[in-house]
Ligand binder design. Structure first.
Ligand code: UDP
Length: 327
C-alpha cells in the first residue's frame, strides 16, 4: 500500500501509529533524531535518523522512499520547558515543520497528517472545547503548534498541500501487547508518574493543587488511549487518500476525569496504594480541559473504544512492568 513517512516515529505516539500503519498494510518509514525518541520503539519499518531542520537529509529520504503521505509527530511537547526555553520550541516545532513542508512539497508528497494539541485553545476553563473554539494558546508549546497549523493552511492554498490536523487531549495507555509504551526522561505525565509511585520508582506522586473549582478540587482532563489515537491517524490518512480535503479534528472522548479519579482507577487496576503528597498548583495548568468530540466521531467514524481509565491504566501498567527502553 506504500510508504508513509512518520516523523517522530520513535516517540510515544508516533511508534504506536507505526504499529497501526503496519497492521493496515502500509510501510511506516520513521524519521527521528532520537533526541526524545527511542531506537527500540522503531519496529515496524525502516529507520532514518535525522533532524527536521536538515533539508538535505529530508530530500534524500523523500527521494529514497517516495512516501505517499507524511505523518508529522516529531516535536518537543513539554509546556513547562516551552516557557523556560521558547526558542527550542520555535526552532524545533515551527522551523522544523517549515523545512518538512517545503521538502514534502518539493517531492510532490501532498498529503500530511499533523499532530497538534488542545494547548492551541489556551485557557478556556469550563467550556467543552470543540473545533469552533478560538485558538488562543497561553504557552510557547501551544503557540508553536498553532503557528504550524497556520502554515499548513497557507501551504494548502499556495501549493495544494492537503492536511488533517489532530488536536490531542491527554494521551495515555500503551500498546496492549506491551511492545511499546510511554517513557519520557524526565517524566512529567500523570499516568506514568502514578505507576512509578506504585512501583516504588519514586517516593510519592505530588498532586498539583487541590483547590480547583471541581467536585474534588483537582484538575480535570480528557484522557484518550494511545491506540485509539493511532487508529484516528489511520482514518485521517484514508480521509486524505479519499480526497476529502483538509480538516481539523479534536481527539478526546468528551469525558473528563480528575487527578484523584485517575489515582483511584490506578489503585483499582493494580490493587496497590498510590503514595500521595499534596503540592501547590503547577503554573500553566487549566482547571478543566475536555474535548467536544462529535466531529471526529461523525466525520471520521472514529470511536475511542479503548479509552476507559481502567483500560488505559491496565495497558500502561502491563508495559510498565515489562520494562523500559534504554539508550
Ligand atoms: N499532575 C499532578 N501531578 C503530577 C503530574 C500531573 O497532579 O506529578 C496533574 C496536572 O496538574 C494535570 C493532570 O495531572 O492536572 C495531567 O497532567 P499531565 O502533565 O499528564 O498532562 P497535561 O494536562 O499537562 O497535558
Amino acid at each position: 500500500m506504500g510508504n508513509v513517512l512518520v516523523t517522530g516515529g520513535a516517540g510515544y505516539i508516533g511508534s504506536h501509529a507505526c504499529k497501526v500503519l503496519k497492521a493496515a498494510g502500509y510501510t511506516p518509514v520513521t524519521y527521528d533524531n532520537l533526541c526524545t525518541g527511542w531506537r527500540e520503539a522503531v519496529r515496524f519499518g525502516p529507520f532514518e535518523q535525522g533532524c527536521l531542520t536538515d533539508r538535505a537529509r529530508l530530500d534524500q529520504v523523500f527521494a529514497a522512499y517516495r512516501p505517499r503521505a507524511v505523518m508529522h509527530f516529531a516535536a518537543l511537547s513539554q509546556v513547562g520547558e516551552s516557557m523556560r526555553a521558547p526558542g527550542l520550541y520555535w526552532h524545533n516545532n515551527l522551523a522544523g515543520s517549515l523545512c518538512l513542508l517545503e521538502a514534502a512539497v518539493a517531492a510532490g508528497c501532498l498529503d500530511l497528517v499533523f499532530s497538534s494539541t488542545c494547548a492551541t485553545y489556551g485557557d478556556q476553563d469550563n467550556v467543552l472545547l470543540d473545533e469552533t473554539c478560538a485558538q488562543r494558546p497561553v504557552n510557547a508549546y501551544g503557540a508553536s503548534k498553532r503557528a504550524t497549523e497556520d502554515m499548513l493552511r497557507d501551504f494548502g492554498a499556495a501549493h495544494g498541500l492537503r492536511h488533517v490536523i489532530f488536536r490531542y487531549f491527554n494521551v495515555a495507555g500503551a500498546d496492549p501487547e506491551a511492545e511499546l509504551g510511554e517513557f519520557h526522561q524526565p517524566e512529567t505525565h500523570l499516568v506514568p508518574l502514578v505507576l512509578d509511585a506504585i512501583a516504588g520508582r519514586r517516593e510519592a506522586l505530588t498532586i498539583f493543587g487541590t483547590d480547583y473549582d471541581t467536585p474534588d478540587g483537582t484538575c480535570i482532563r480528557d484522557y484518550v488511549h494511545v491506540m485509539d489515537l493511532a487508529e484516528a491517524h489511520l482514518r485521517g490518512l484514508r480521509w486524505l487518500e479519499a480526497g476529502r480535503g483538509s480538516r481539523g479534528f479534536n481527539l478526546g472522548t468528551g469525558h473528563g476525569f480528575s487527578v484523584r479519579e485517575v489515582i483511584a482507577a490506578a489503585e483499582a487496576v493494580t490493587g496497590a496504594r498510590v503514595p500521595v503528597v499534596f503540592g501547590p498548583r503547577r503554573p500553566g495548568d487549566c482547571t478543566r480541559l475536555v474535548s467536544g468530540s462529535a466531529r471526529a466521531r461523525e466525520e471520521l467514524g472514529w470511536t475511542p473504544a479503548r479509552s476507559t481509565l481502567r483500560e488505559m491504566i491496565a495497558d500502561a501498567w502491563r508495559w510498565h512492568e515489562a520494562g523500559h527502553y534504554t539508550r
